[in-house]
Unconditional design. Sequence first.
Length: 650
Amino acid sequence: MIQMLKKTVRAMRRLARDEGGNTLIITAFLLFPMIGMIGSGVDMSRAYMVKTRLQSACDAGVLAGRKAMGQVGSYNTAAQSKANTMFNFNFNGDGVKVTNTSFTTAANTEGQVNGNASTKLPTLIMKTFGYTNFDLTVTCSAELQIANADIMFVLDTTGSMAWCPNGSSSCNGGSGSRIAGIREAVADFHKTIAAAVTNDTETRIRYGFVPYSSSVNVSGLIAAGQFPASYLANSHTYQTRLAVYDTPVYTVSSTTNVGSAQTQVYNSGADISSNQCNDYADNNYPSSGTNPLILSGSKPGTVRERIYYNPEWGYSGAPDKKGNTRSCRRTYQDRDVNYVSGGFSWTKWRYTADPISTVGIKTGSTQIATGTAGTVTTAGVYDPVDLLTAPGAKGIISTNSTWQGCIEERATVRNFAMSPVPSGATDLDINSAPTSEATRWKPLWEHVEYYRYNNLTSVDSTTTLNSVNANCPETMREFTAVDTVNATTVPTWLTNYLDSLQPSGSTYHDIGMIWGARLGSPRGIFKSIVDDGVTKSVSRHIIFMTDGEMAPTTTTYSSYGQEIYDNRVAPSGTNNSTLTDYHSNRFLAACEAAKAEGYMIWTVSFGTGMTDNLRKCSSDNRAYESSSTTALKDAFKAIASQIADLRLNK
């Protein structure tokens, strides 16, 4: 036993002196911590990789959700579903066997879509030390960010905009009407755009407006000095009413009685009433005659006349009242009357086409002749302006005519096909300034324009017809910068302008789009406003909203005159249906002209179906159909969202 103990001590001494054996022990002691360090590094690397993938998927999900929100105007179930689909497509944890993966999103009042994503990642090596999994969580958010943009609203303000969205007329232009809906939709559009502006000092957003019906209004552009009076013609042929003054008028220069007054008694053996006796004294009983009676001579010159007067019914000496006849006596006097010419008075109206000076009306208002009173020195046919300054005009009744600011389009050609636009159709030339009377615009002058029913030439009549109703919409407004500092507040000027829009008139889409393109063209007559040389990289957009299909009529007084007579767009005899096709082709030509100037066109139908022409007009099928005010507001918010660019803000 003692011997065994001695051997053990000697062995331990040799082991203590052996360095190789010492290293083995140290290595044995350090191996366990080294395994832990390597394992944690491997698992941490896996966790970092999975969290990066989770973050990317979260970002992709909220971007998809915000884009879908922009397309429909609200963050609804469909938009959330698209966000989830995109997340799931980008995050696949099967290779690392993650569990409990979740992804939730929600939109806030600022138009952002926020998301939260989480998952559990099991450890490979660290579970040996009691760490079984990593809880990974990320957040993400997507919002809109907009650069400089010019947005032209071309808005239908025709009579049907007073209706309810479902087509009922009970709204009568008030709360719940289509016109009220468009005011709300534009206001919401602005709030969406303003919320997307991240740098108010460097980002410029401008809105322009073209309200339209059967015409457009330039009065605001004139008042602002942007549409000079020289752009308006000095004369234009209107379907008007002319006054024919060719009934001679004579005045008396002297009168001389011939002989003394005489009396005549009417007694035919029958009773004569008191009224009949009065007529006898006027030389109108028992048959019609003149008083005075012309005995000799003619006008002008000396005329011998006999004038009758002083009726005496039942005069002294007449038979009694017991069934005997009752007599009547009158007095007459012969006289020589010297007549001189006093000019000519009104005879009749002539309803026809005639050139009228517009020099006065294009300044805002002018006097025009009305009624049938007065005389002129020279017999002739006079329009409502010329009659007031006719030679020797006296007693002509006039009234003040005020021009509302709507215009007739400049020269065009009757052509069905408008692609390409034929030479001479200057109405579809959105860039060139006028160079002649033909290429100038004309005042839409309802006070001198008349409808003579189906007579296509002229009508002479003593009947007074009514002038036409022009249905002039609110004036256009050039691009105006909007304040985007407070995204929840609509600028006062914008609210006031929207409130000024009132429904009336017929639907001519072409005139609205022509002027939307013209007012927004960076190469046209308003280029100093559109392309001011200050702001670069501007995106350009036209939002065209209508509640109905194209509906021109041959008898409407529009920017193309009364087409039943003027035939500027289609040949004589064209019915309303075919006339619609002519105008539709002009509408599509105007859409292409706007696109050629760099505009993206968005079309919106409200309370009516989307037409093929509205789809064709839009850029890449950017066409929206809305049957209610809520749907319209969503459509406008969706357009605003797509005008802006998506970006991650976390």
